[in-house]
Design a protein around this ligand. Structure first.
Ligand SMILES: Cc1cc2nc3c(=O)[nH]c(=O)nc-3n(C[C@H](O)[C@H](O)[C@H](O)COP(=O)(O)O)c2cc1C
Length: 210
């Protein structure tokens, strides 16, 4: 089935039924995240996959008590790098050389450009840049989920500092950006499930300059 049809099918699930998503489907969703393009190919974030009930309960408490946090099967937490360091940049450039099996002058020059520019910037500017990349991965994850017949809810309704604390993210140089509970809709309890999707018309979205 086509991509547009899948986008029409997905919705921000408001109630989940607690059923477990098979590991193969979770693996495919994570693979979609892994394949997501990122600025300079740095993949400047990590994903925590939470099935632990106690941790889910703690996160729900600081996520506006949203039930999907505990009633999902797997709770994905996107966590962006808190800063760009030389080590982090070098790691991805070295990995590229290792996988491709050769060094390229243009690529090495680009490495030096990033090394000269990124680490000295304000950490918050770097975090915000890294955080934006997590949203590209979020969309990839939501889309793959719907191809897997799995529901999800993108969530910014939580206290990021509290999630950082619960998961010990800052010690790993990470900061949470967005959550994605993944699971199956509870048709009885979900007020959104049968409502028509609302999007503004194309002429309010697109300006064409010929
Ligand atoms: C980044 C982001 C954060 C969101 N945060 C929440 C949230 O905390 N809780 C929630 O129920 N929905 C959340 N939503 C869902 C949106 O409200 C929803 O995607 C939007 O109204 C469009 O509806 P649809 O996704 O069902 O098509 C979020 C969506 C995005 C993209």
């Amino acid at each position: 089935m086509g991509f547009i049809q899948k986008l029409k099918e997905r919705y921000a699930t408001k109630a989940m039924n607690g059923n477990v998503v098979p590991q193969e489907k979770i693996d495919n969703i994570l693979e979609a995240i892994r394949l997501t393009p990122t600025s300079s190919g740095l993949q400047q974030f990590e994903v925590y996959v939470i099935t632990n009930v106690d941790v889910k309960v703690k996160i729900r408490e600081i996520a506006w008590n949203q039930p999907q946090v505990t009633d999902c099967s797997h709770l994905l937490v996107f966590a962006a790098w808190d800063h760009y360091t030389e080590d982090r940049i070098n790691h991805m450039f070295d990995l590229t050389n290792e996988i491709r099996g050769f060094k390229n002058e243009g690529w090495e020059n680009y490495r030096q450009t990033l090394l000269a520019g990124y680490p000295k910037r304000d950490p918050n500017v770097n975090f915000e840049h890294a955080a934006r990349q997590t949203y590209i991965a979020l969309m990839a994850a939501m889309t793959q989920a719907i191809y897997e017949g799995v529901d999800s809810t993108p969530m910014e309704g939580f206290d990021p500092a509290a999630v950082d604390e619960i998961l010990g993210l800052r010690a790993n140089g990470l900061r949470s950006t967005v959550l994605l509970p993944v699971g199956y809709r509870d048709v009885e309890k979900d007020w959104l499930v049968n409502l028509v999707k609302v999007r503004k018309p194309m002429n309010e979205l697109v300006t064409t300059i010929d």
